[in-house]
Design a protein around this ligand. Structure first.
Ligand code: NDP
Length: 297
């Protein structure tokens, strides 16, 4: 009776995808068949990367976003990869460029990401987009998809952010750090917890909003949660589970069963933040495509 509302990320992501499809259709009608275009670049044969790329392309198809595909060999040189990115920079039908990470060891990821044109940086990882996210009075052209998805889940659940104490567990470039800056932009008072933080439990207990992105299975226990907090669990950890056919199960960074007795809102794993990542990628592609096709900035 007193349990948290479970935030249905699958449902919210599906709603967003329908909204995006409607906007793509509208753009297409208005501008003689023009649609947003996304280039997906993958290097090497990693099975997990191939799965992610397949999911992203399928999601594009479903909403009517055109996808370009470059499947490059593991042995490609940094220079050749940069040339591929530059070609997409110049292609007027391509409005977003996604280089699937990780790249092979002989290639400098930051160098490659830094070549992506700012207007096409749909992953939001370009240092200038991150810089604008950090700066007062500036807005980035794109924000990283997973942390953005976390914020959208809060907003669509009706959670007030302004003036609230927010704690982010984790400070990675792709999740924790951008999440903390986005909450700051939303007028939260933000504290970041990382692996060297002295009293993480005491800090988390102050959080009205808690975003967990540490990659450590169930590290956040029920008594780390403030009564009534909104909890977004980004963690996706695979743990052994003999009851499952596959032999493993996915769990978050939060002990869900304990935390839901104290939180007011909580995301499950899977089915919380996960589905939002691709929805936000589609949103970024739409935004980039719209700016280019409508000729606005
Ligand atoms: P990283 O490993 O890059 O970063 C983890 C961060 O958490 C680091 O800042 C680290 O601190 C901190 N940390 C690790 N352990 C602890 C601990 N015990 N206490 C406090 N802080 C800790 O991971 P990512 O940011 O890439 O991913 C985080 C989680 O989110 C993972 O489970 C990942 O699978 C998941 N994820 C899910 C996505 C999705 O749903 N679509 C997308 C991306 C990620 P320090 O900086 O000091 O090392």
């Amino acid at each position: 009776d007193d349990e948290a509302t479970i935030i249905d990320g699958k449902k919210i992501a599906a709603d967003i995808r329908l909204e995006i499809k409607a906007e793509v259709d509208e753009l297409k009608t208005k501008y003689g068949g023009k649609v947003p275009g996304l280039a997906v670049v993958i290097v090497g044969e990693r099975k997990d990367s191939q799965t992610y790329v397949r999911m992203k392309r399928k999601a594009c198809d479903e909403v009517g976003i055109h996808s370009f595909h470059s499947e490059l060999p593991e042995t490609i040189s940094e220079e050749e990869l940069i040339d591929v990115v530059k070609k997409y920079n110049e292609n007027p039908d391509c409005h977003g460029i996604l280089v699937q990470l990780p790249l092979p060891k002989h290639i400098d990821e930051e160098k490659v990401l830094g070549v992506i044109s700012l207007e096409k940086d749909v992953d939001g990882f370009h240092p200038l987009n991150i810089g604008m996210l950090a700066m007062k009075g500036h807005e980035p052209l794109f924000m990283p998809c997973t942390p953005k998805g976390s914020i959208v889940l809060l907003e669509r659940s009706g959670v007030e952010l302004k003036g609230k104490n927010a704690v982010v567990v984790g400070r990675s470039n792709i999740v924790g750090m951008p999440a903390s800056m986005m909450l700051n932009k939303k007028d939260c008072t933000v504290t970041v917890v990382h692996s060297r933080t002295k009293n993480p439990k005491e800090i988390c207990r102050q959080a009205d909003i808690l975003i967990a992105a540490a990659g450590s299975a169930k590290m956040i226990k029920g008594d780390w949660i403030k009564k009534g907090a909104a909890v977004i669990d980004v963690g996706t950890n695979s743990v052994e589970d003999k009851s499952k056919k596959s032999g493993y199960a996915l769990v978050g960074d939060v002990d869900f069963d304990e935390a839901k007795k104290r939180a007011s809102f909580i995301t499950p794993v899977p089915g919380g933040v996960g589905p939002m990542t691709i929805a936000m990628l589609l949103q970024n592609c739409l935004d980039g495509g719209k700016r280019a096709i409508e000729g606005t900035k």
